[in-house]
Write a protein that binds this ligand. Structure first.
Ligand SMILES: [Zn+2]
Ligand SMILES: [Zn+2]
Length: 369
């Protein structure tokens, strides 16, 4: 298929032609080859040859304009790994040949309280890696493309121990569950035998199970699908598995969990899961159902429980997570697809037919790097 070339007005600083894959409008639900411009390398920019890009549910939402905020053409992708090809004159810490990654964030104000604490994800001027607006006013394009230009502040080092394909989804799925675990002290309470519940066993949930086990927690998977029990226990090492519609088991599990990460993107009630928490237990929502989740008050007030949310993570903790993954031998379970297979993979992703994350082999089989 012939690539469409961007007709968007671009500033004169955007001189690098890059080929990628974009959804051109909301109607097709597909991406197609697309040629566009990225900015010339700035003093603090890192140029990256993209090797792999994970496929996140968010990509589907933007392709279909589910949230009404898509700016077409949209080049999705925020789970990007690759190799540095050039660096600007003021870049410290990266050089050509380095293995790197880019996650969900491409810019933030760098000056607010959140940015100073490296919580760039909560900066109110945060620019996302795609469908965001960068400092120069241009719309950002993501990792379904052969090359990225990223400000050094938002580039991560991928440790040698992590394969570039299986590491890619850590940059969204991984940090999305790691950040609330760290924030709520779950990484510090392993010695106390703390109990973690993971609701939903998909791209986010499977990494949450791996983190929980690596950090010494007792992990229970809560799922609507009995078919996932074997894999949850045998492959991912979960200690327990509960089918959320099994009222008897759910009742027997009441007040046993310290912390729950809810990764389910479909509309559901939090009540049954809240009952599994101990008094003062915490539930964190990390997925984004299109419609409000149901939050009954009784399970909240009878257990003084807390419900909160969390969105991706800051740059410093993303690096910390990658380094811990290397030390604990954690990576995502991925299905690698070729660039010809992106649209088929998008259709399967919409049906949750993936174990557990699709990763696009953008560079074509250079996994050995
Ligand atoms: Zn994502
Ligand atoms: Zn800021």
């Amino acid at each position: 298929m012939e690539a469409v070339t961007s007709t968007t007005v671009v500033p004169p600083t955007h001189t690098q032609s890059v080929s990628g894959w974009a959804a051109m409008d909301a109607s097709s639900g597909k991406v197609e080859p697309f040629i566009f411009k990225r900015r010339a390398l700035g003093a603090e920019d890192v140029a990256i040859k993209v090797h792999y890009c994970g496929m996140c549910h968010t990509d589907l939402h933007f392709i279909h304009n589910d949230w009404g905020i898509t700016m077409y053409p949209v080049v999705p992708g925020h789970e990007i790994t690759g190799v540095v090809t050039a660096v600007g004159r003021d870049v410290a810490g990266f050089k050509p040949g380095d293995r790197v990654g880019v996650g969900c964030i491409s810019a933030s104000c760098l000056d607010c309280d959140h940015c100073r604490r490296s919580e760039e994800n909560y900066c109110d001027k945060v620019a996302l890696t795609y469908n965001g607006v960068f400092w120069d006013g241009t719309v950002t394009y993501g990792g379904y493309s052969r090359a990225m230009v990223a400000h050094q502040r938002f580039v991560l080092r991928v440790p040698d121990a992590l394969p570039l394909d299986a590491a890619a989804p850590l940059l969204c799925a991984g940090i999305t569950v790691f950040s609330p675990m760290k924030h709520h002290g779950m990484l510090d309470c392993a010695a106390a035998g703390a109990a973690l519940g993971v609701v939903g066993l998909g791209g986010l949930g499977h990494v949450a199970v791996k983190f929980g086990k690596a950090f010494g927690l007792r992990v229970t998977v809560i799922s609507t699908s009995p078919a996932k029990e074997r894999e949850a226990r045998a492959r991912l090492g979960a200690d327990d598995f509960v089918v959320s519609t099994d009222e008897k088991r759910m009742k027997a599990m009441a007040r046993t969990l310290d912390f729950v990460i809810d990764t389910v993107a479909a509309q559901h009630s939090l009540g049954p899961v809240l009952d599994l928490l101990k008094v003062d237990g915490k539930l964190v929502l990390v997925a984004a159902p299109d419609r409000p989740v149901e939050l009954p008050s009784f399970p909240l007030i009878f257990g003084r429980r807390t419900v909160s949310g969390s969105m991706t993570g800051g740059i410093r903790e993303t690096q910390e997570m990658l380094d811990l993954c290397a030390a604990h031998n954690i990576a995502c379970d991925v299905e690698v697809v070729s660039t010809d297979g992106i649209n088929d993979a998008l259709q399967r992703l919409a049906r949750n037919d993936v174990r557990y994350r699709f990763v696009i082999d953008i560079a074509g089989g250079q996994a050995s790097l």
